[in-house]
Ligand binder design. Structure first.
Ligand SMILES: [Zn+2]
Length: 198
């Protein structure tokens, strides 16, 4: 697998053709094309989404512009499936191909990402094209075609990874987290409490 297989492509703030700036909740259209240096994404307003523009599209979809896009990094650094996915893509962690794919699938189940298309390259690699529903970014994720048993193993690893970093962050902040048991609750293995001395 080549490094550039993973990619995040940001939306444009304006139509590629007439430069009309999108307003909040305005529908627009996106297309992917394949050029010498790889996949390109371009966005168009409704008026400019002509047959001619669509003719060169490998993938195309209609979406809704949401403004303003939330910042990709939360104020407090907390590892989530989304932040981990972004980190792995940005650092080109080739050995993490399975993890990257599983994170994308998890985010699709959470309805953070929506699958827009699947590209099959000449070498048989499947590239899944996901759109981030809030930021309209496109995530290009190669599908490692895991078998069901592999899928479950990788998923368990990913969940453990997220759980571990969440716990580390929690200890660092030493702040109570909603839904966690109260800190004064005795751990299961602790001896019964001594009667209060009088
Ligand atoms: Zn336009």
């Amino acid at each position: 697998m080549k490094e550039q297989d993973w990619d995040i492509k940001a939306r444009s703030e304006a139509c590629s053709k007439c430069e009309h700036e999108y307003e909040d909740q305005e529908p627009f259209y996106s297309k992917l094309t394949f050029e010498e240096d790889g996949y390109h994404r371009s966005d168009f307003c409704e008026k400019c989404w002509t047959d001619e523009v669509q003719a060169s599209a490998l993938s195309r979809w209609r979406t809704i512009y949401r403004s303003p896009a939330p910042p990709p990094e939360p104020a407090v650094k907390k590892e989530t499936a989304e932040s981990l996915l972004r980190e792995l893509i940005e650092t080109d962690r080739m050995e993490q191909a399975n993890t990257i794919y599983i994170l994308a699938v998890m985010l699709e189940r959470k309805r953070i990402l929506v699958e827009r298309d699947v590209q099959e390259r000449e070498d048989g690699t499947l590239i899944r094209v996901y759109e981030h529903k809030k930021t309209n970014e496109v995530f290009m994720i190669p599908d490692p075609r895991l078998k069901l048993a592999e899928l479950e193993t990788v998923q368990a690893e990913v969940i453990a990874m997220l759980d571990g970093t969440a716990r580390a962050a929690q200890q660092e902040l030493s702040a109570p987290v909603g839904g966690e048991p109260a800190p004064e609750a005795a751990p299961e293995n602790s001896p019964p409490e001594a009667p209060p001395a009088s």
